[in-house]
Design a protein around this ligand. Structure first.
Ligand code: NAD
Ligand code: GLY
Length: 366
């Protein structure tokens, strides 16, 4: 099976390719194609740089002034202090408007680099080289860039598209198992929201995906990117359709908030959130219990948590109300109508929601 692909994100003159497959990061000509000036600043972190920086530098060759900004590892560094340090760094090294920033890392490095690129000298080119599964299938695609504020995640940011994305699947060789599985939650999400056939393929390929077989992984990344690219092309700034990408996220964010962002990885919280969203969809008569159960089983087969901790229905409702997806004071949720089809709705049955939030182990068992 072929395991190298190109997916295009169609956004008029801001369109860009996503190159997917084993070794794409080492292909200097792909990078050169998207670097127009003589300066490059590589952004990475203390974990990823020792693993992949040399490979990237070798691919870049000697034709550019190259400077490397290495940040500490962790979500807590996706903040305005790191942003200011990055700006200082670029100015100290005399980077100009024609520089290109390259993000080498997971979603944290990618989101920060993208926001720096969006604002440094009113905007410079940037390239995403995502090194986690979550970053390859989600955060590096679609142009959402941001840093966190003490009062909320991703509160300061911009929509700003990269010039290209290099999703090199060999980076999964070093990715911890838990991080890899958390990324799979977002892969499953695409099947649920827009592509029932992909969901079935994932079901059939669960073992190969978990074993990180290169052909299966490349297919999973490719299809996820195709689906995300289609959604983003139709609604870049989330005025409608793009919200479907948040399936399970309102529940997931509430779990993350109430557990202090330390107990679960984002993808794990989203997995439980998708189970809860499916349960509520079934309670509201939109989704069959059989399909809700199937969704839960699929996530469980990827060894993702499917039973939320007992956080209290009231606390969850409050935390969900504080979510960004609340419009004009009304709770807006993405609910499933079938595997492969979801709807954005403000018609939330609060009594059904309370039952979902209290159901715990009985979620999706009808
Ligand atoms: P992350 O960037 O923190 O990476 C997870 C961990 O894996 C880190 O410790 C990192 O150093 C390490 N790592 C990365 N690549 C590795 C590799 N190949 N081998 C070994 N270790 C590696 O987390 P993430 O899950 O990639 O991204 C989460 C971030 O993405 C959050 O800040 C979230 O808000 C953001 N996000 C953004 C979007 C978007 O559309 N922009 C979408 C989803 C999530
Ligand atoms: N991760 C959701 C989005 O990109 O819109």
């Amino acid at each position: 099976m072929n395991d190298r692909f190109q997916v295009d994100v169609a956004l008029g003159d801001r369109s860009y390719p996503i190159y997917i497959g084993a070794g794409v990061m080492a292909q200097g000509e792909l990078l050169a194609r998207h670097i127009s000036g003589g300066q490059v600043a590589v952004f990475s972190n203390e974990t990823v740089a020792p693993l992949y920086l040399d490979r990237l530098l070798q691919a870049l060759g000697r034709d550019y002034q190259i400077d490397v900004f290495t940040m500490p590892d962790g979500e807590e560094h996706k903040n305005l202090d790191s942003y200011a340090s990055a700006m200082d760094f670029l100015l100290e090294h005399r980077h100009s408007r024609s520089t290109t920033l390259i993000a080498l890392g997971g979603g944290v490095v990618g989101d920060l680099t993208g926001f720096v690129a969006a604002t440094f000298q009113r905007g410079v080119d940037f390239i995403q080289v995502p090194t986690t599964l979550l970053a390859q299938v989600d955060s590096s695609v679609g142009g959402k860039t941001a840093v966190n504020h003490p009062r909320g995640k991703n509160m300061i940011g911009a929509f700003y598209q990269p010039r290209c994305v290099l999703a090199d699947t060999t980076v999964f060789d070093t990715l911890p198992d838990r991080e890899y599985r958390a990324g799979l939650a977002e892969v499953v999400k695409y099947g649920i929201i827009v592509d029932a056939d992909f969901f079935r393929w994932l079901d059939d390929s669960a073992e190969s995906c978990l074993a990180r077989r290169p052909d299966a992984v490349a297919q999973a990344v490719r299809r996820s990117c195709e689906l995300k690219a289609a959604v983003v092309s139709a609604d870049e700034r989330e005025s409608g359709l793009r919200a479907v990408l948040n399936f399970g996220h309102t529940f997931g964010h509430a779990i993350e908030t109430l557990t202090g962002y330390t107990r679960y990885l984002h993808g794990e919280a989203v997995a439980m959130g998708m189970v809860m969203a499916s349960d509520l969809s079934a309670r509201q008569g939109l989704l069959s219990w059989a399909e809700a159960h199937e969704i839960r089983q699929m996530l469980a087969s990827f060894a993702l948590p499917v039973i939320p901790p007992p956080l209290g229905a009231q606390a969850m409702i409050q935390a969900m109300g504080a979510d960004k997806k609340v419009l004009n004071g009304k709770l807006r949720l993405i609910l499933a109508e079938a595997i492969g089809r979801v709807r954005v709705t403000e018609e939330v049955d609060m009594s059904a929601l309370r039952h979902t939030l209290m159901a715990g182990e009985r979620l999706c068992h009808g």
